[in-house]
Write a protein that binds this ligand. Structure first.
Ligand code: NAG
Length: 412
């Protein structure tokens, strides 16, 4: 909670207080001069009674506000009071048709399903591979193979943090924007940080041409990792698990890793600072924007629809929103192992939540939950200097905001 938030709250509550008080004052003041002594005594009693009653009422309001302030998680307590949020919450809990998407809360994304869209295809289109000792194969990443790999990245270095960005093969614009902004520096706050892009196989008529372009792009930047699964929206869980497999097999030297979407604003300095805070675990650590008790979307025309057959429980376990989650680098191997026995479904972040549950591990709240933000409000330099994540609309936005944030002069 910032002082501005607090002050805003103060003003609001002061308003409520002034609405309660003056009625008494008005009632009481004229009575002194006009009414009889008996009336006056009665009036005074009434006034005292009113005072007591309203004092108690205010005390209750005060306590309630205090409770909210103390229990606030990722949002400031004032934000929690926002009527829209409030109704959203009620809405989401009572009416399954209006369920919030378990993955992606940004309104733009409900219209524009990322770069890869195949939402109409049934999830049964997931591949089935012959049993090899694993119970479920679709998301088990070792069924897929790397066809483009940059194994030397972690071989010759010991990165502190590796940023893994799943991106559609044809989305060069997003990759270039990231290369110019948060993916640019390999030394952040004195720590080695790498950014790598994860892709599947391109689709469409000109597959060979696309593949050739990717090869050229990789020759130039040496930052593409490609696996041989078909890149599509419904295969995002596979993509995530392939990221985990790559980290576990080719980048064990890294201390931390992050899965971050290509349309994100990332304040990389703040992330590296956060990971160096005392008390941040070095193992079994997964953090980001925590999602609690998220209901599974059962409405068939939703982008986040998951059938009861794929996922029978009505709710997901606690997970971190897929836009960007950070983890200690011992976890990828554990996730890969867990994925052998977890039935895959197309909600990649909730799937990681399932892996955590299977492993008997808890998702951890970040030191300052308000740093992981999904909604992109109006750009504000001061605010962007304090946060870690924000979902953006376009790659141009990323470059524009980043350039503005990095210009000289204090942001606040
Ligand atoms: C997911 O990837 C597999 C393996 O490449 C492929 O067979 C399947 O068609 C893909 N599914 C979708 C929905 O694209």
């Amino acid at each position: 909670m910032t002082w501005a938030d607090f002050a805003a709250g103060e003003v609001k509550y002061w308003w409520i207080i002034t609405q309660l008080w003056p009625t008494d004052m008005q009632e009481f003041t004229p009575s002194l001069s006009v009414r009889q002594p008996v009336d006056r005594a009665w009036s005074q009693k009434k006034y005292l009674f009113h005072c007591c009653f309203k004092f108690t009422l205010l005390l209750c309001v005060g306590l309630f506000v205090l409770c909210c302030a103390l229990s606030s998680g990722s949002e400031t307590w004032w934000e929690r009071f926002a009527i829209r949020e409030h109704y959203n919450k009620i809405f989401h809990q009572t009416n399954s048709v209006y369920n919030p998407p378990p993955y992606r809360v940004h309104p733009k994304h409900s219209v524009k399903p990322s770069e890869t869209t195949e939402a109409t295809e049934p999830p049964t289109a997931l591949p089935t591979v012959a049993p090899t000792g694993t119970q479920y194969h679709e998301a088990y990443p070792r069924n897929y193979h790397f066809i483009m790999n940059n194994i030397e990245v972690c071989k010759n270095n010991t990165p502190f943090l590796v940023l893994m960005v799943p991106v559609a093969p044809n989305n060069v614009a997003a990759r270039d924007a990231i290369r110019q902004t948060w993916g640019k520096e390999s030394l952040v706050q004195g720590k080695v940080v790498y950014t790598l892009f994860m892709l599947g196989l391109p689709r469409g008529a000109d597959v060979e041409q696309q593949q050739e372009k990717l090869k050229q792009e990789n020759l130039q930047h040496r930052d593409l990792i490609q696996s041989d699964f078909v890149d599509s929206y419904l295969n995002l869980t596979i993509k995530t698990m392939v990221i985990m497999d790559w980290l576990a097999t080719h980048c064990l030297t890294a201390a931390y890793a992050m899965k971050i979407d290509s349309d994100m604003f990332l304040n990389i300095d703040n992330l590296v600072i956060m990971l160096q805070k005392p008390g941040i675990p070095k193992a079994n650590y997964l953090t980001g924007m925590l999602m609690w008790n998220r209901p599974v979307v059962r409405s068939k025309n939703s982008k986040w629809y998951v059938s009861e057959e794929l996922y029978p429980d009505p709710q997901y376990p606690t997970y971190t929103l897929g836009m960007g989650y950070v983890f200690s680098n011992d976890l990828p191997e554990k996730f890969v192992m867990a994925s052998k026995s977890i039935k895959p479904f197309n909600i990649e972040d909730a799937y990681i939540g399932m892996c955590m549950r299977k492993l008997g591990l808890q998702v951890t709240s970040p030191p300052d939950p308000s740093q992981f933000k999904a909604y992109n409000r109006v750009y504000n330099r001061c605010e962007y200097s304090k946060i870690i994540t924000y979902i953006l609309g376009t790659s141009e936005e990323l470059v524009k905001y980043w350039t503005d944030l990095k210009k000289p002069g204090p942001p606040c």
